[in-house]
Design a protein around this ligand. Structure first.
Ligand code: COS
Length: 381
């Protein structure tokens, strides 16, 4: 057993860290304050070939392994968690569906543009009445000749209004339950499709999250992704990888909280000494560091399983649950370590605190992750 990254992965990690510290971190507070999509950062990531790290070169990606993509997500999220989720959604559930389940024609049409960063991708599963119970979705698809007609709405869609193509899940017949769900690739300018309200959120302000509306939206049959009725399995299998991505986002946030807390408590003096020298503070940081290390092992292990095509659903859920709970924990502890300064916007821990919360909620709440883990235990997995 070898816990070290390969020389190539370690070199990529160093490059990613330098890039994130120079090109992302200095602008994170600005994008948070202004709630703007960080288009300039995305452009720089695209120029470096970072928008399609795990996609093969043949389809315009960097052809690196899944763990390398996870290392990038961790570094980006350490610098700016909003940019982290934009990248995670774009890659894990925006590009991968087409690369994995698309026809050759669909792959050629979309994947090189997505992997090159010319296009942004998005994933539309959640609806007002279908969150954790994703199979209960109501957006309908009716076949008419060579087209499907979509009606319904989606909510909480990351990259809404900024994506060129959306992977949309709709049902052909609600009576069929999860087996009626079918996936479609919907281009942003498809008649009958529009982006609705932009949500005002607690955090992740630069990740633009919107409603999507489908009113007699006609999608050519050639835009169906996979077969009729295969949509739910496609959605779930994508979430396995997606959850490892969000786990990496949580890890990045947690690491940033620790870094900030360490820097601050070693400098801040009270009672004639750095506050770090009080065990009440340094033990807090020791606990944070230990949980972060445990989360990192879970996240890298899940990524390794995935890139080796081994079953990873249980480990992806464990990594997502543990790393994002750790992000929230570390952010709370960091704010506490900063005292009053932790509560004002002059220091980044206040943003980390707001950004961390949603990682326990989206890509499957951490209650749903426990459900997935419990079901795996029941099956003896
Ligand atoms: N990969 C492939 N197929 C999967 C799968 C996975 N990870 N998980 C389930 N499936 C398949 C099952 O094998 C089953 O297939 P059959 O019909 O052939 O038996 C089918 O999908 C239905 O599975 P299941 O009965 O487990 O579905 P449930 O309705 O019980 O839903 C949960 C399972 C709750 C786990 C699912 O709805 C879920 O993950 N919800 C959270 C949704 C979510 O993460 N939303 C966030 C969206 S992005 S912000």
């Amino acid at each position: 057993m070898d816990f070290r990254l390969t020389a190539e992965q370690a070199a990529s990690q160093k490059l990613f860290r330098e890039f994130a510290e120079k090109e992302i971190a200095p602008y994170a507070a600005h994008y948070d304050e202004t709630a703007q999509f960080p288009a300039e950062i995305i452009k720089k990531m695209a120029a470096q070939g970072f928008m399609g790290i795990p996609i093969p070169r043949e389809y315009g990606g960097a052809g690196q392994d899944f763990l390398t993509y996870i290392l990038f997500l961790e570094e980006v999220s350490r610098a700016c968690a909003s940019t982290g989720v934009i990248l995670a959604v774009h890659t894990s559930v925006g590009t991968f569906p087409i690369y994995l389940y698309g026809t050759e024609e669909q792959r050629r049409k979309y994947v090189p543009k997505l992997a090159g960063g010319e296009y942004i991708g998005a994933y539309a599963l959640t609806e007002p009445g279908a969150g954790s119970d994703a199979a209960s979705l109501r957006t309908s698809a009716r076949r008419e000749g060579d087209e499907y007609v979509l009606n319904g709405s989606k909510i909480f869609i990351s990259n809404g209004g900024h994506a060129e193509v959306y992977t949309v899940f709709a049902t052909l017949d609600r009576k069929l339950g999860s087996r009626g769900i079918t996936a479609f690739l919907v281009d942003k300018d498809t008649p009958g499709f529009r982006v609705g309200a932009v949500e005002k959120k607690m955090g992740l302000n630069a990740d633009i999250t919107t409603e999507l509306i489908f009113e007699d939206c006609r999608v050519p049959a050639s835009q169906r992704l996979g077969e009729e009725g295969e949509g739910f399995k496609i959605a779930m299998s994508l979430l396995d990888g997606g959850r490892i991505g969000i786990a990496a986002q949580g890890l990045g946030i947690a690491q940033a909280a620790l870094d900030e807390a360490l820097k601050y408590t070693r400098k801040r003096e009270q009672f004639g000494q750095p506050v770090f020298d009080f065990q009440a503070v340094s033990f807090k940081l020791a606990n944070m560091a230990t949980r972060i290390e445990a989360a990192r092992l879970l996240v890298y292990q899940a990524a390794w399983l995935k890139q080796n095509n081994l079953p990873c659903g249980k480990q992806a859920s464990m990594a997502k649950m543990y790393a994002t709970d750790t992000a929230m924990y570390a952010a709370i502890e960091a704010v506490q370590a900063f005292g009053g300064y932790g509560y004002i916007r002059d220091y980044p821990v206040e943003r980390l605190f707001r950004d961390a919360k949603v990682t326990q909620i989206y890509e499957g709440t951490n209650q749903i992750q426990r459900l997935v883990i419990a079901r795996a235990l029941q099956k003896g997995l």
